[in-house]
Write a protein that binds this ligand. Structure first.
Ligand code: FE2
Length: 415
């Protein structure tokens, strides 16, 4: 365990709120948390406290989900500020109940206008006494205002960046984002699988993804968690999904932003379901088959067919990643549909060796770009990459940069 917990780090950050995010990064190292760290998230905290800044998920033309974590029981809400400065208080309600409690807060902002700038503030009001007939509220804490822009299929362009294979190194987010791009370079960020070695508890998710991501972009730009084969390992893997938000509750889905139709696939584990390593807890073969059935329909979807570009995000590339079961099964089920649908580009990670592989009529008739990785137990600089993509209605430009800003892969696709 590091000498400084992520939570004292968060508290210290509140003192530094006057500093820019960039200067904050210069001041605060983000210590890595070992995957098996068992530090309790609430350790040393009293009263109501934010465990994370708010982070944006699942942005669409008409909605976005705001999430954050607190330590104690509370009632939480978002105040949405429209462009005309009118305010709307938004809660999560289900089955007639307003959501209240400790931990994770997930509030979906609905009925938004496309391609529109909004601001928001988040609030958590402590519930000191949570008895059936005697509710006592305590302090209210607030973060913000932050801003975001809704997506739109009508936008002329889209920009996004991709990180992959973070493997419990939070500085892969902070260092690569700070060195490789500025906020105007992206509408959203993709974490393209294996953010963790394996998932043990909430503290690990906070320290190794949510704290570094919100320190740079995630309160104002949404990010996608593409499921890798390491996210599905560990005793907390089954809870991980709830810390993010997905269009239809699945880890595979499609969405449009500007001229691009994005196809997010879940490649699953790299070995077969009955491998001894998984102890009978894995069932990815039927899950991939379900995805293939879904993909068959998606490539006939008018939104897919009419998009200027079609980009696949999949952690394990269907070629150039060995001949393991996961790769082969994805190749067998997905690749014929990628070819048939005439996708323009596939973005992956997994191998930790960056590379670009041109379209090949005999195998994949679309280019495959594989981002590099840091290594697992020990970080290895020079292998980490940031992939930047800018697409308009007529062109798609991709650059893959290593730690030192060197471009090690590029595509310029024309429509
Ligand atoms: Fe992987």
């Amino acid at each position: 365990m590091s000498e400084e917990s992520s939570f004292s780090l968060i508290k210290r950050r509140s003192f530094l709120s006057g500093l820019s995010k960039a200067s904050l990064l210069m001041c605060l190292p983000l210590p890595a948390l070992a995957a098996n760290d068992t530090t309790a998230p609430n350790e040393g905290l009293t009263g109501i406290q934010f465990l994370s800044d708010p982070y944006l998920q699942n942005c669409t033309e008409h909605s976005v989900t705001v999430m954050w974590l607190t330590n104690n029981d509370c009632l939480s809400w978002v105040e949405l500020i429209a462009p005309d400065n009118t305010r709307k208080k938004c809660f999560t309600e289900a089955h007639g109940l307003v959501s209240a409690g400790k931990g994770l807060h997930k509030i979906k902002l609905l009925d938004l206008l496309p391609d529109t700038n909004y601001r928001y503030e988040v609030f958590s009001k402590e519930i000191e006494d949570f008895h059936p007939y005697h509710l006592v509220y305590g302090e209210t804490i607030k973060k913000g205002p932050f801003s975001f822009k809704t997506f739109s299929a009508q936008q002329d362009e889209v920009r996004f960046v991709v990180l992959n294979d973070l493997h419990d190194h939070p500085d892969n987010i902070t260092e690569m984002m700070a060195a490789g791009c500025k906020p105007s370079d992206y509408d959203f960020v993709v974490l393209n699988g294996d953010a963790f070695d394996y998932v043990s508890d909430e503290a690990q998710i906070l320290r190794n993804v949510l704290v570094p991501a919100t320190s740079i972009f995630a309160s104002e730009k949404p990010f996608l968690m593409v499921q890798g084969n390491h996210e599905v390992r560990g005793k907390f893997a089954r809870q991980l999904f709830s810390y993010f938000d997905y269009p239809k509750g699945n880890s595979y889905y499609a969405f449009t932003q500007g001229p691009v139709r994005f196809i997010v696939m879940d490649a699953g584990e790299d070995k077969d379901d009955d491998h001894a390593e998984y102890g009978g807890l894995i069932s990815f073969n039927p899950y991939r088959e379900a995805q293939a059935l879904w993909l068959e329909k998606e490539i006939e979807n008018p939104a897919f067919k009419t998009a200027a570009f079609r980009v696949v995000l999949i952690h394990i590339p269907v070629f150039h990643s060995g001949e393991g079961h996961g790769s082969l099964h994805c190749r067998k089920l997905f690749n014929p549909l990628f070819n048939k649908g005439k996708i323009d580009l596939s973005l992956s990670g997994h191998t930790h060796r960056y590379g670009t592989y041109d379209a090949d009529e005999a195998t994949h008739n679309y280019p495959i770009v594989i981002g590099g990785g840091p290594g697992t137990a020990v970080r290895k600089d020079g292998r980490r990459t940031l992939i930047k993509v800018h697409a308009t209605k007529t062109s798609l430009a991709l650059d893959m940069l290593t730690d030192d800003g060197k471009i090690v892969g590029a595509y310029r696709l024309k429509k």
